[in-house]
Design a protein. Structure first.
Ligand code: PMP
Ligand code: GLN
Length: 379
């Protein structure tokens, strides 16, 4: 068999989680919380699992009541009301939405612009469609896009630009000026936009998340993704959604109907029950900012150099002073084995494995976990 992705190994998230398990390390590698979803959500799921009639296929685009609740949430947060019938699609996590959008719009030979470092799925998923990833670097110290470089990378073959704010792994956050600049670059082109906003509720220091949904010009050409896994500490539920104008939504649904067809029914009912309670997601910026601040304070006495974290739930750190000369993959393995703390080497987010002596810590953990990890890191 000729592999379609011969150069792609097992995802770094699986590799590091497995190593953490084998070695008994505290897992700050793969991005998932070590606490449970809000009790009302768990109770709602239990209720719907026990409700006869809620156990069969949901409608292909998602339960109408969940799409309605998503539309209302979008109105409240971003001042735009997507039509639940034609502009909201419930997917099996943001992962399925990403793959579905790429499969729906990328033709062989199309270029897809990816800002790098980038979430590990983007490049391989583009290539599986016969697309050509075009990488534009996000540079230290703040990993903010250099729009001149983006402009220089756009060509008449650019089918799609992929953005991610707040950004995994760097935490960088786009501003309204960034969105205006991007809108200017895409104006008068046929280039589409995919905006991965799964960390929309994790923006710190009083700043706001600026969704592409709230940008009237950009949203006309955009797929905007979110994930209930992030919002409700429920990464294992694998439910997300995609907002897009009707013509784009129709194309996504053509693929979605053959990819997963529909998403688990009781989980959709449970999410529809709690989504109107805005207090649950309004609490998230402060909740995660406290974790970020605690983790940074705990790591301050170490030789790790901490990069700024304006959003998301990851801390990127330079380990040059901890282990001079060591590559990031070796360092991540050594830290896991010897210090008992698993992390992700940042080279995993580069198509060419670029190593800048950086690792990523996930701080979506209980205070006790963060303290225990810091004690090990200080030692
Ligand atoms: N995009 C980004 C940037 C992510 O970090 C993740 C989750 N790690 C996903 C997409 C996938 O989200 P989900 O778990 O809902 O499939
Ligand atoms: N998004 C998570 C991360 O960045 C992991 C998702 C996964 O394991 N596929 O760590």
């Amino acid at each position: 068999l000729t592999s379609k992705l011969p150069d792609v190994g097992t995802s770094i998230f699986s590799v590091m989680s497995q190593l953490a398990q084998e070695t008994g390390a505290i897992n700050l590698a793969q991005g998932f919380p070590d606490y449970d979803p809000p009790l009302p959500l768990l109770e709602a799921l239990a209720r719907h699992v026990l409700t006869p009639g809620h156990q069969q296929y949901a409608p292909m685009p998602g339960l109408p009541r969940l799409r309605e609740a998503i539309s209302q949430k979008t109105t409240r947060l971003y001042g735009h009301t997507p039509d639940p019938a034609t502009e909201v699609t419930v997917t099996s996590g943001a992962t399925e939405a990403l793959y579905g959008v790429l499969a729906a719009v990328v033709q062989p030979g199309d270029e897809v612009l990816i800002l790098e470092p980038a979430y590990d799925l983007y490049g391989p998923a583009v290539r599986l469609q016969g697309g050509v990833p075009v990488y534009v670097p996000l540079a230290l110290p703040d990993f903010r896009p250099d729009w001149d470089r983006v402009a220089a990378a756009l060509t008449p073959r650019t089918r799609l630009v992929l953005i991610n704010s707040p950004h995994n792994p760097t935490g960088a956050v786009l501003t309204p000026a960034d969105l205006d600049t991007l809108a200017g670059l895409l104006r008068d082109t046929d280039t589409l936009l995919l905006s991965d906003e799964v960390y929309e509720h994790m923006v710190f220091d009083g700043a706001a998340h600026h969704s592409v949904t709230s940008h009237p010009e950009l949203r006309e050409r955009a797929f905007v993704l979110s994930s209930f896994g992030k919002t409700y500490h429920a990464t294992g539920w694998k439910v997300g959604y995609c907002l897009a104008p009707p013509t784009l939504t129709a194309e996504l649904r053509r693929v979605h109907q053959f990819l997963t067809f529909s998403v688990s029914t009781p989980t959709q009912h449970a999410l529809a029950d709690v989504l109107p309670d805005s207090a649950l997601y309004d609490a998230l910026p402060a909740f995660y900012q406290q974790k970020r601040d605690l983790f940074r304070e705990l790591l301050a006495p170490t030789a790790f150099r901490l990069l700024p974290v304006p959003g998301g739930y990851f801390q990127v750190a330079d380990f040059s002073a901890v282990a001079p000369g060591l590559g990031d993959v070796d360092f991540a393995r050594q830290l896991t084995r010897e210090a008992g703390v698993a992390v992700v080497p940042l080279s995993a987010f580069y198509h060419n494995g670029q190593d800048q002596h950086l690792v990523r810590f996930c701080f979506a953990k209980q205070e006790a976990t963060l303290r225990a990890a810091a004690t090990r890191l200080q030692a």
